[in-house]
Design a binder for this molecule. Structure first.
Ligand code: GLN
Length: 472
């Protein structure tokens, strides 16, 4: 069985294998699918010049490992001389002075950058409806959301506007849109990939990771971007293994746990039955599947929204109208200039998070909320470490439902926050997670999430390969 098969038809038929023709084909798709609103900037001519350069290097036998790959970049990552808006009016027309480390590494590997993708403002959201530049649409059904916050990056790969893309994941923003758009999305272990040049949302949660149409494409990108960076003191010095050679798709003897708390009655029948089929397939291929327990699961959403908003309220203090981006024109004095620049520059969800974060850090409430949530975070992490004493990875749904309709959850932030119920725990625990698409009963894709031990991306990539039909 090949779970990914039903979605192959969405991929563009690319004319030839030269990097230039591939880049042109993607640019053509971008023009055709403008209604998706997936890109905030497209590098047309520059991408073609770069592609020609890669073709020349290829002809001379000196091309890097990503020659021929055309990548889209979430607009929260800095690229020298390019706009970095973070999906926010407050950063409109801000141009970066430097490349993020991931950009430097991809460039050195001969990847071609095609443009920067739309996103929820400052990566806060699960539907891409929080972008100051309009929502992104789901390429499989434009009346539905692509997920968020990396919705533009997910839609771009799902619609064939790029070969792969980069997103960021603070609470699910790579895995959830990957699930809703029917592609692969990987959130690496905290510390596996340098965050230098990533505009911070919640610094102890944020990770950069790839989207692709196959687990192997995602592994190719990870191979290049992973590894220690002296410019990010939280990046790990552990060596980076060879991911591709470990991806045999052979899951004989691999121990897979099903956390029982993730299979509650909140889960739709469609997702449950899709998961059942995937589990059966892995069993047939020799995996050993058992039930495990993560007892503190019910506290994950609350813990995440206390800690992530606290960190965001601190990180976003730098956007003051003085040093970056938007400044109000109607201020009589300095204090009013700060207040109005921020009130006018930030959107509703970002303001909600700044207020929540400021509240949980305030002197009177710090112990009750922030300090308590830090302790619960440790308990949640401990649950995972305990489970990994018995199993090699965990298999869960990525989302509680398939892609929902535009507007459906905009008036109810709590419902929107619950979209991340299965993804935020990995960020709290710092472990890696990948979402693999499967065909649901209806025409929309279902995401299957595989969570692994810290720094064991190799195992979850291999299980993803098996689920995608590798080694049949
Ligand atoms: N949807 C979650 C939030 O709004 C996660 C966002 C993310 O991972 N960047 O916080």
């Amino acid at each position: 069985m090949n779970l990914q098969e039903p979605f192959d038809s969405y991929r563009p038929r690319l004319a030839s294998e030269s990097c230039e023709s591939r880049t042109r084909a993607h640019l053509e798709e971008i023009r055709k699918r403008q209604s998706l609103n997936a890109f905030l900037s497209v590098f047309d001519d520059e991408a073609i010049i770069e592609a020609k350069r890669v073709d020349e290097r290829f002809a001379r036998g000196i091309a890097g490992p990503l020659a021929g790959m055309v990548i889209a970049v979430k607009d929260v990552l800095n690229m020298k001389n390019k706009e970095t808006t973070c999906g926010s009016k407050i950063l409109r027309s801000y141009h970066s002075l430097y490349d993020a480390t991931v950009i430097e590494r991809l460039r050195a590997a001969d990847a071609v950058f095609i443009g920067k993708t739309n996103m929820d403002e400052f990566a806060m959201g699960s539907s891409n409806e929080n972008s100051a530049f309009g929502p992104v649409k789901n390429p499989r059904d434009e009346s539905r959301v692509p997920g968020g916050s990396s919705g533009g990056s997910a839609a771009a790969v799902a619609a064939g506007l790029a070969t792969t893309s980069l997103g960021t994941d603070t609470g699910g923003s790579i895995r959830q849109p990957a699930a809703l758009c029917g592609i692969i999305g990987l959130k690496p272990t905290y510390g596996r990939v340098s965050r230098y040049g990533l505009v911070a949302f919640a610094s102890s949660f944020d990770q950069i990771g790839p989207f692709g149409n196959s687990p192997r494409d995602v592994a190719r990108v990870l191979q290049v971007i992973a590894g220690h960076d002296p410019k990010d003191s939280t990046s790990s010095t552990l060596p980076v293994p060879d991911y591709l050679s470990a991806m045999t798709g052979d899951v004989t003897g691999v121990k897979i746990g099903l956390p029982k708390e993730y299979y509650s009655s909140a889960l739709s029948d469609e997702i449950r039955s899709t998961i059942d089929r995937a589990v059966q397939m892995l069993r047939d291929r020799g995996a050993i599947v058992s039930e495990v327990s993560l007892p503190h699961t019910e506290y994950t959403i609350a813990t995440y929204y206390i800690l992530a908003t606290a960190e965001a309220s601190s990180n976003l203090a730098r956007f003051d109208g003085v040093r970056y981006g938007y400044r109000t024109e109607h201020a009589a004095d300095l204090a009013a200039m700060y207040t109005k620049s921020r009130s006018e520059g930030f959107g509703a969800e970002v303001k909600r998070r700044i207020m929540l974060g400021t509240y949980v850090l305030s002197a009177g409430y710090y112990d009750a909320y922030y300090a308590k949530a830090q302790k619960v975070r440790r308990l949640i992490q401990h649950d995972f470490f305990k489970a990994f004493e018995h199993v090699d990875c965990l298999l869960t749904p990525t989302t509680p439902s398939t892609a929902f309709r535009m507007g459906e959850k905009m008036d109810d932030p709590l419902q929107m926050y619950l979209s991340d119920i299965y993804t935020v725990s990995a960020n709290l625990a710092g472990i890696p997670g990948i979402s693999v698409p499967a065909a649901g009963d209806e025409k929309l894709p279902v995401g299957i999430q595989i969570l692994g031990r810290q720094f064991d991306e190799a195992t979850i990539l291999n299980v993803a390969e098996a689920l995608s039909g590798g080694n049949q």
